[in-house]
Design a protein around this ligand. Structure first.
Ligand code: SF4
Ligand code: ZN
Length: 520
């Protein structure tokens, strides 16, 4: 029985420094002119600080960034395809697949999936002709499974309704293709069609918030809109696809969340957050030499926002923290606590035809979470169920699949965080539950061998369950290996996955657990 709980709340995502000089909460510092002299257009002053307003600086930013990208970019299969594929539809498709796979998933994990996908379905037409089962099978382990399904649905739409022609602009891509949002549309249009349109993803947000010291909640609609404005203003019209990839590459490899490599950064001269850190370092070293005001004095010559009240600056309640440096940006509002959910899973095993064990997997509904994937019989558990009630509920559920009575004592709960049960049936392939396959009103189910299970469209969660079974058996094989079968031909195996196991120690919400991408 797996007991899955919510992840601990992450607050605003930035630790508070300890023991550092903290300035009192402040509003943006006033401009050198007094407030009464302030021009009526405060937003113009905001722009000067949080935006790129000088064409020469924009030009220099592009030049520095692209030169670095040409030198340092990673060699990735979708980049090679985008650069070498002469057919516009194939090129757009290749970029599209990569962008969907890369959502919420690390590059290193995606590469292998991408190569296999493009080998199997090199064109929109090939993908449109595939079955959802095949799509799910290839996607298995990549997480966030609805992405693959939506990608295929959209490919079918392009083939059947758009004559196989991918829309050429970001606006059309977003409007016409299901599952393609503003970011993906901008990425496809700029990379494969050369449209001069910016993109904003997590990496871009981090870079832009740092270079322009945008400290307001970066997930708020107002800040998001300003970031899109910035991205659109910065994108290089001569090389929009490369420029967008370069900003994202910078965020992924140099301007990382916790340990940015500012000294190696090609846009360091344009980065206001870095500028502030350098001023502070300079001031600290002067102070050490006794050439500056004592600790706690304001750092001189720090460039700051000129607006008296600014919706893009760090909030007054959480001002610049010297211990964080450039990681003061970006900031996000505290996330809501995920819901706590619990579920029970049971690995049902029986002797197969040539003596090889088989395991029952059941297909999930064709819509909703993990649509169409296969899983071991699982049961969501209501809140506050005591162990005895959980056992009753699981037993009833498993019994329906086993096709025979299962003794209550066969199931044993072990561990607290995430526990899986297994149940070995004694009747062999002819005896149990294949009669339920295809029964009206019941989900599809099938018995599979270990090898078949590994090839099936099962979620990462179920693969973890399998691994847990293997670890429990201690032989790196199926769930019951190494255990004796009971004389009554019905045996409950016990699996324990707790804080001492190699499964994730953090507690996850059911959704997070079931959709966690491989390698993340
Ligand atoms: Fe990021 Fe540092 Fe470069 Fe600024 S200088 S963009 S903070 S890596
Ligand atoms: Zn400001």
């Amino acid at each position: 029985m797996s007991k899955l709980r919510a992840a601990a709340g992450s607050g605003r995502g930035l630790p508070q420094g300890a023991g550092e000089v903290r300035r009192p909460p402040r509003r943006c510092r006033e401009s050198p002119s007094s407030q009464k002299d302030m021009p009526p257009s405060v937003s113009a002053q905001q722009s000067a600080y949080h935006l790129f307003s000088r064409p020469a600086e924009i030009k220099a930013f592009r030049k520095n960034l692209l030169a670095w990208y040409d030198r340092c970019k990673r060699d990735l299969p979708w980049r090679n395809l985008a650069a070498s594929e002469p057919d516009a539809n194939r090129r757009a498709y290749a970029v599209w697949v990569s962008e969907i796979m890369l959502q919420q998933t690390q590059v290193a994990t995606v590469i292998d999936y991408y190569n296999r996908w493009m080998q199997k379905w090199p064109t929109l037409q090939a993908l449109a002709g595939a079955s959802l089962e095949d799509v799910n099978e290839l996607w298995a382990g990549l997480g966030y499974y609805s992405r693959g399904k939506r990608l295929q649905e959209a490919a079918r739409k392009v083939v059947s309704e758009l004559g196989g022609q991918m829309p050429r602009t970001a606006e059309e891509l977003q409007k016409l293709l299901p599952g393609v949002g503003r970011y993906t549309a901008g990425a496809i249009a700029s990379i494969s069609h050369g449209q001069a349109t910016g993109v904003v993803d997590g990496n871009v947000i981090r870079v832009l918030c740092r270079v322009r010291c945008i400290g307001a909640d970066s997930s708020s609609p107002a800040v998001t809109n300003r970031l899109w404005d910035l991205a659109n203003a910065l994108v290089d019209p001569a090389r929009p696809g490369d420029f967008n990839q370069a900003v994202m590459e910078l965020g992924a490899t140099v301007c990382s969340p916790r340990a940015p490599l500012c000294t190696e950064c090609p846009v360091k001269p344009h980065c206001r957050a870095r500028g502030r850190v350098e001023k502070e370092l300079e001031f600290a070293s002067k102070r050490l030499l006794g050439k500056a005001a004592p600790k706690g004095s304001p750092v001189p010559d720090v460039e700051e926002c000129a607006a008296g009240s600014c919706s893009l600056c760090l909030p007054a309640s959480e001002p610049w923290d010297s211990s964080l440096g450039v990681a003061n940006f970006p900031r996000r509002a505290a996330r809501k606590q995920p819901r706590a959910e619990r579920a029970a899973t049971c690995v049902l095993e029986r002797g197969g035809h040539p003596g090889e064990p088989e395991y029952l997997i059941v297909q999930r509904p064709s819509s909703g979470l993990l649509a169409g994937l296969w899983e071991f019989p699982s049961l969501p558990l209501g809140p506050g169920l005591k162990e005895k009630q959980q056992r009753e509920a699981l037993l009833g559920h498993v019994q329906a699949w086993a096709g025979e009575a299962v003794a209550r004592g066969c199931l044993r709960l072990v561990g607290e965080t995430y526990v899986v049960y297994s149940l070995l049936l004694g009747g062999g392939a002819g005896a149990a539950s294949s009669r339920r396959d295809g029964e009206p009103g019941r989900p599809a189910c099938r018995w599979v061998t270990q090898a078949e299970f590994q090839k099936s469209a099962v979620s990462t969660a179920m693969k973890k369950v399998w691994k847990a079974c293997e670890r429990q058996s201690g032989e790196g094989r199926g769930p019951s290996k190494g255990r004796k079968r009971g004389p009554d031909a019905l045996h409950a195996g016990q699996l324990k996955v707790d804080a001492a196991s190699s499964l994730p120690r953090r507690q996850l919400s059911l959704h997070a657990f079931l959709t966690a991408p491989a390698g993340e």
